[in-house]
Design a protein around this ligand. Structure first.
Ligand code: FAD
Ligand code: SF4
Length: 479
């Protein structure tokens, strides 16, 4: 018998140890510990190296997972980091925030056989972190500079990935972002207990080392015109994200104590980044908090509210647990940290006294087959209840927030505001303007980091193609 092949039988799946709940809820540190070097190798050895790596297919950037797991087993750390970067410009970030249970690990053959998936995400993160610690950096020594210049609007995962690939293609890159730091939602949306902000500092250092230039605190359309970018650069990539809050239009949403999810998370992220005192609106000590919505943003609000001292946090969702759109892991962490879930509950109204929230009026729902594979919640007559609330956080999701200058440059939007890119007669991620490309949440609608990474990477490939073809790169500089 091949001992190595059956390693998974005597070595169970063992993610890095999480910080104990009682300690983790006292602060904002990442809750996942580090693998020991032996732990990384041991977990990598569980890979069956199956002929058809389902994990690779399920990974949106199609990482060469079994190949880098093999390099890890052989102790070839730098080669593993290099191979990881071949497909994924941000492996340390995806390793932390991807919902692996729905992607690579959910498709792992061991998971299908109920042996527990290889801990792919944790290994990807650990290897990249360790390689950076030991001084590994992308090798651009063979890159030939083309003399071409591209502007990237937005320093979120889509923009950063695009910038990485453009530099590897010998194209100069200027990245513009209205925020004072890179990362987009990685920095200002996703809380630090999922992604420590020092990870972004390292990545900024790596990208600057590759020659990427950041212009932060610069809003395109306000501080610099899009026409100027088109005039000054050979092409432009737009990765501006999706920030329009989905409004549940609940009566009472104007009451004091009602927050929208993103401003709530951003306010907390900013005061942590700038080391500012806790503002009164974020002081949840002793308060009963109700979070409305069951996605990843809702889970981040739940866990942030716990850390802000809430007496109780209740998360209400109108479908059942199996239908929750977010990562199972995040739901599990919320539960461990003391969040109480109410399923099959739809909010009808936020009730208040003297202008301040007092309760949420809810109705019970049952799921009915809508014929499209996703059951719809139907309200159960006579089942209304009131849930006490001192604070309500609305986490119903986000819609695209397309820049208002798009139309003037022939960049089309669909009915819901998503930038239209790719399709018949165009390169992937190319918009209606031949020198303008787009990807990430502004093209897909609110989605995942790894899909934004994919889009930035592939858009850069299209840009490099266009810039390599003089005839195609020729269109007038200003639309
Ligand atoms: P963004 O990250 O939104 O970046 C866009 C950037 O463009 C921003 O920095 C913005 O400042 C800048 N910008 C916009 N307009 C302009 C302009 N006119 N001029 C200059 N700059 C501009 N995904 C996961 O995979 N895992 C998770 O755990 C997860 N958790 C999440 C938690 C929250 C609270 C939220 C809101 C989202 C979460 N997501 C998660 C989704 C993920 O963050 C997004 O899908 C991803 O960040 C989209 O990347 P992007 O580059 O398209 O946009
Ligand atoms: Fe899994 Fe995400 Fe890494 Fe792909 S990028 S291997 S889906 S953790």
């Amino acid at each position: 018998m091949n001992d190595k092949l059956f390693r998974f039988l005597d070595l169970p799946r063992q993610p890095p140890k999480a910080v104990p709940v009682a300690i983790r809820v006292l602060g904002y540190g990442e809750i996942s510990g580090d693998f020991t070097p032996a732990g990384t190798v041991g977990q990598a050895e569980r890979c069956l190296d199956c002929g058809n790596p389902y994990c690779e297919h399920a990974c949106p950037v199609h990482n060469y997972i079994p190949d880098w797991l093999k390099l890890v087993q052989e102790g070839r750390l730098f080669e593993a980091a290099t191979l990881m970067h071949e497909t994924n410009p941000l492996p340390e970030i995806c390793g932390r925030v991807c919902p692996q249970d729905r992607l690579c690990e959910g498709a792992c053959t061991l998971e299908q056989g109920e042996f527990g998936a290889v801990t792919i995400g944790s290994i990807e993160r650990s290897i990249t972190d360790e390689a950076f610690r030991q001084g590994w950096r992308p090798d651009l020594s063979g890159v030939v500079e083309t003399g071409r210049r591209v502007a990237v609007v937005g320093a979120g995962p889509a923009g950063l990935s695009c910038a990485d690939r453009l530099r590897r293609a010998g194209i100069a890159v200027d990245v513009f972002d209205r925020q004072g730091e890179i990362g987009g939602l990685l920095t200002f949306g996703i809380p630090p207990f999922k992604l420590d902000k020092s990870v972004l500092h390292v990545r900024r250092d790596v990208l600057e080392g590759m020659g990427v230039k950041f212009h932060l605190g610069v809003e395109v359309g306000r501080d610099i015109g899009f026409a100027t970018l088109l005039a000054d650069y050979d092409a432009v990539f737009i990765g501006t994200g999706a920030y329009t809050f989905v409004d549940g239009e609940l009566p009472g949403r104007e009451l004091d104590g009602v927050h929208d999810a993103l401003p709530f998370l951003v306010a907390n992220a900013r005061r942590l980044l700038d080391d500012l005192p806790l503002p009164a609106a974020l002081d949840l000590a002793g308060k009963h908090v109700v979070v409305l919505g069951g996605g990843d943003t809702g889970m981040d609000c739940n866990r942030t509210a716990i850390r802000l001292g809430a007496a109780s946090v209740t998360c209400a969702y109108r479908r059942d647990e199996a239908s929750m759109p977010g990562s199972r892991r995040e739901v599990g962490y919320s539960r461990e940290e003391g969040v109480h879930f109410l399923f099959h509950r739809q909010p009808l109204e936020i009730l208040g006294d003297d202008g301040r929230v007092r309760a949420v009026r809810m109705v019970t729902t049952e799921l009915v087959d809508a014929g499209d594979g996703r059951p719809r919640p139907r309200q159960v007559e006579g089942s209304e209840t009131e849930l006490r609330a001192d604070v309500v956080i609305q986490a119903f999701g986000f819609r695209p927030s397309p820049p208002d200058w798009c139309a003037a440059f022939g960049i089309e939007l669909d009915g819901s505001g998503r930038i239209q890119a790719g399709g018949a007669g165009r390169l992937p991620f190319q918009t209606g303007h031949p020198r303008v490309f787009a990807g990430g949440d502004n093209m897909r609608g609110a989605d995942l980091v790894v899909r934004a990474v994919h889009d930035g990477r592939e858009a850069a490939a299209s840009i490099a193609r266009v810039l390599a073809e003089p005839a195609r790169a020729a269109p007038a500089k200003v639309a």
